[in-house]
Design a protein around this ligand. Structure first.
Ligand SMILES: Cc1ncc(COP(=O)(O)O)c(C=O)c1O
Length: 330
């Protein structure tokens, strides 16, 4: 089976497993795991922020990041198909007591005029105040679309002007960096708090990193423990993340090229595919998925008429060619 359902399906390489096996460890709840500390310091520096926190999942990273900016009873604005709105099972409401309002953009982009019109200043006991704006780069359900740095800078300027803060869901910020050449620090500069994932295209088995000010990270550390996310000799997992940062960032360009091959096979303009995700609109989505599976290609529905395919570390050029031939025939 050529598995294109998600870039979370990658298995650790032999070299990554060796790095994990040899990791120096300590009890991270006591702040004594040197490998975790190295990962946190490295990722914080990459994005030009003071501090970082290793967390088990992107969802936990997002929940802790957003709650560091938005208090109970306040709201965050985001695009309607943002992962935080659509795929975290209501965690931000359930755990953090915050609400969301959304703008709609087919490519998940920053729509500044609409964001301006949605923004609610604190007007006392009448309206929910907007504390933060969240953006997702790349945007998963918008087909891995990149948010251009110029638009993010404009959003930063607006947010600073009205006193709102910015959360960046950077689960796939590595893909945005490779696709555009934008330095990580420039992405870091537009956000107050980011969450970045090691377990998507980078191929680590587990792990995300929350990045922000020392104060935000100290508070997130308390909430991580409160939510049951305090982990012990977890340098074994941080070592996988460090290995991924050393070896699996620049190769994402291959995944992007493979995604364009798949797009072409499915009648999607390859120029519209920014990174490693292709979403195809098909009224027969479920049947299409079943037919592809019967021919050895696993793809997934992400809506009643949306089929998603994602390229990753475990999909070679040969696999991409074979999958493209099957998909084109179907
Ligand atoms: C954009 C985005 N953010 C956050 C997450 C959550 O990551 P996790 O599955 O590790 O909770 C995902 C997962 O696919 C994602 O695509």
């Amino acid at each position: 089976m050529i598995d294109l359902r998600s870039d979370t399906l990658t298995r650790p390489t032999e070299a990554m497993r060796a790095a994990m096996a040899n990791a120096e460890v300590g009890d991270d709840v006591y702040g004594e795991d040197p490998t975790v500390a190295r990962l946190e310091e490295r990722v914080a520096a990459m994005f030009g922020h003071e501090a970082a926190l290793f967390v088990p999942t992107g969802s936990m990273g997002n929940v802790l990041a957003v709650r560091s900016l938005v208090a109970p009873g306040q709201e965050v604005l985001c695009e309607s198909r943002a992962h935080i709105a659509r795929a975290e099972l209501g965690a931000h409401g359930a755990y953090s007591g915050i609400t969301m309002r959304t703008w709609i953009d087919p490519r998940g982009q920053v729509d500044l005029p609409t964001i301006r019109s949605l923004f609610a200043p604190d007007m006392g006991p009448f309206f929910v105040p907007t504390a933060a704006i969240s953006v997702e780069n790349t945007h998963n359900f918008a087909g891995g679309a990149v948010l251009p740095i110029g638009d993010l800078r404009d959003l930063r300027e607006f947010a600073t002007g009205v006193g709102a803060r910015i959360h960046l869901d950077g689960a796939r910020i590595w893909n945005a960096h490779v696709a555009t050449g934008t330095p990580f620090e420039e992405y870091g500069a537009i956000a107050d708090v980011l969450s970045v994932c090691l377990s998507k295209g980078l191929g680590a088995p587990v792990g995300s990193v929350l990045v922000g000010s020392s104060a935000a990270v100290a508070e997130a550390r308390v909430w991580r423990k409160r939510m049951g996310g305090g982990m012990r000799q977890v340098g074994i997992l941080a070592a996988a993340g460090l290995h991924a940062l050393d070896h699996h960032v620049e190769r994402l360009a291959d995944d992007h090229a493979h995604a364009r091959l798949l797009a072409e096979a499915c009648g999607v303009d390859p120029a519209s595919v920014d990174t490693n995700i292709v979403v195809v609109d098909r009224s027969d989505a479920a049947d299409f998925v079943a037919a592809a599976r019967a021919e050895g290609v696993a793809v997934a529905t992400v809506g009643p008429t949306a089929v998603r395919m994602v390229t990753h570390l475990d999909v070679s050029r040969d696999d991409a060619d074979k999958a493209a031939a099957v998909l084109a025939r179907l």
